[in-house]
Structures are given as structure tokens and as C-alpha cells.
Ligand binder design. Sequence first.
Ligand SMILES: *Cc1c(COP(=O)(O)O)cnc(C)c1O
Length: 394
Amino acid sequence: MIYADHAATTKISHAAKEEMMRVMEESWGNPSSLHTPGQLAKEVLEEARRKIAACLNAAPSEIYFTSGGSEADNQALRSAAYWGAKKGKRHLVSTAIEHHAILHTLDQLKEEGFEVTLVGVDQNGVVSVEDICRAIRPDTALVSVMYANNEIGTIQPIAEIGRCCREHGVLFHTDAVQAAAHLAIDVERDAVDLLSLSGHKFYGPRGVGVLYARRGVPLRPLIAGGAQERSKRAGTENLPAIAGMAVALEDAAAKMPQETKRLAALRDKLEAGLSKLPHTRINGGKAPRLSGTLNVCFEGIEGESLLLLLDDRGIAASSGSACTSGSLDPSHVLLALGLPHEVAHGSLRLSLGAETTEEDVDIMLQEIPKVVSYLRSISPVWEELESGARPHLI
Ligand SMILES: *Cc1c(COP(=O)(O)O)cnc(C)c1O
């Protein structure tokens, strides 16, 4: 099986798995306990916090462990929103291409009386710094812009947006879940106040994530209970997962310079080959992108059928975000690029990672064109396009 869906999840690394096993065997105490097994576990917890903080150029006291990227996103937005509301600031700014963990939380906050401005992106999938700055009002509490997009891989101008938010005295959150294994994140350089990570997107375990909150940023617990995580996230810590995630992040950071180069070369080869197919569009192709991500639209076919036929041929890909697959709605990200519904339906996301080899890319370059041709040969839409009954859109 060729796995080309690293943006959905990654296979846990050997080092992370070993660390989890070690912690389960040796450090199974409750970090809140005062006895020796508890204190040994507490040391493991704080060591993981130091490792993660170092990878982000943050202080350990600014790192909070959560159940994943979704929880970190939810907590960041709610903390900033409720804090703003106390000062009469009930306006939030974000973008049209965010993950649903952001967009659906914003929908809930709207129901609670907050006002939300979603800034659009250009046809390449990049948000403009000016557009974000212009959306900031005197009653804006928070700006949230993802570091890199999960469907098309485009990298957003985070440091510039961070500077603008700071000038305006507005909190800045970034969902950096996709960026973690691919880009060097620095919360000082990027002027970030809140940042989300998820273990399973960088070869760590799932069900664990990080919320970075700059000193002084008032976090509000989503889960009330014990005093864990300095009373900002109750519940006995998932220590094996936390320790495994810390090892995975350190590993990913160490391998990043070489690995991103390797993946970019493989992605570019894949992109060059697939671009030769007629009426094909590379989404986000003209923007700075994550090294392993490729998102393509093939006119006249459905992404879902493409996905299933590729799976039959041993290639695991995605038609966009894991959350939209299975529904017939086209991706909100592709629609935000200005693509018509018909085109957005025919999208394929190939996301490469640690296990991807050049041979995998060669096989994909053999198989994908065959499947595209086959699906077009049985597509009534393609027939209309080719006969001129309907104009080609790409
Ligand atoms: C995967 C993902 C999330 C959700 O993370 P979980 O740990 O699966 O909850 C949030 N944002 C982005 C951009 C993602 O890719």
C-alpha cells in the first residue's frame, strides 16, 4: 500500500512508540501524587513540556497539553473570545480556509452573540496581510489564521499578521497543526499569542495535542476539575502520549531540513507528471506550500470515485479534508479559491511523508493517469465537455 495521506494522520514513529512503552512501564504514576512514583511521572511530564517549548521557542510554563488539535483550537478561541467580551470586545477575525475545529467553534460563538469576520484568500489560497489588518476593529478580541492549510498546503504570512495584531493590541492565534513537521515555528519571531499542535500529524500518537499560550494570555478551561495543567485543563495527564509526542516533535524538528527538501523534490516530480494531464489544475501551486502536499483538480470527475479506485490499486489518498470526505459538499477551501463547484468536486490531495519513496511517486504517476482516463471515459460530464456542449472551466 502506498500511503499518501499524511495530512490526515501519520504513522507513529519508532522512537515515539518506544518512549510511550517506556513511560507505561516505568513512569505510570499519577503526576499529581506526592509519592515517588507520582514524582517520577511528574518529571517525565515536565521534561516533555521543556522539549515542546524548546521546539517552539517558548517557555515551558506556556505549554498546555490537550487531547489534540481540535481541543487546542476550541480552547484558544473561547479563551480569547470570553476575555474580549469582558472588555466589550465581541468581534473575531479568521479566514475562510480554516479547519472545521476553528470554523465550527466560530459558528458556536456567533450563536453566543459574537461577531465573526472571515477574510477570504486569493486564487492561490493565501490570505493577504492587508486584508487581515483591515478587518481589525476597535472591538476585535482575536485574530486566528492557520499556519498552513491542511487541504492544499499553502503557508500563510504568519509573522506579518502577528506583527499587525500586536500593533493593534489584538490577540493572535494560529492553528499550526499542519506546519509542525514541515516548518520551523518560533512564537517570538511570529508574534503569536496562542498556537495549536496535534501529536498525530508529526509521527506522534493521536488524542494528544498542545496549546501554547503566551504568558499573561488568560486561558479558560474547557474541562473543569482538578488542578492539572495549572488549572487550565483538568484530567489526569495522558503521560505516555504526551511523552511520545514530545519525542516525535523533537525528531521531526531535527530531520526537518533534509526531510522537507526530500519531500519537496518528490512532490515536484509528482506535480510535474500530473500537470501533463489535460484540464488539470494544481491548487495552491503558485503559493509557498508545505513540502509534502499536492492538491489537484481533474475536470469532469468526482474526487470520491477517484479516491476509491486508487484505494483498489493500493494508493491511499484523500479528496480533501477527512471531515469533508463522505459528504457531497465540495471543500470550503477550494470554493474559497474561487473554484466553481463542478471543479472543486474533482479534487485529489496527495500528502507525502516519512515513508514515501521515489518508487511510490513513480507508481502514483503510472496509476493516477489511468484512473483519471477511465473515470473520464465513463463520465457524462466529461462527454459534454469534450463535445463542446459545455465549456471547459480548467
Ligand atoms: C488535523 C487537524 C486538526 C485537528 O487535530 P486533531 O488532533 O485531529 O483534533 C486541526 N487543524 C488542522 C489544520 C488539522 O490538520
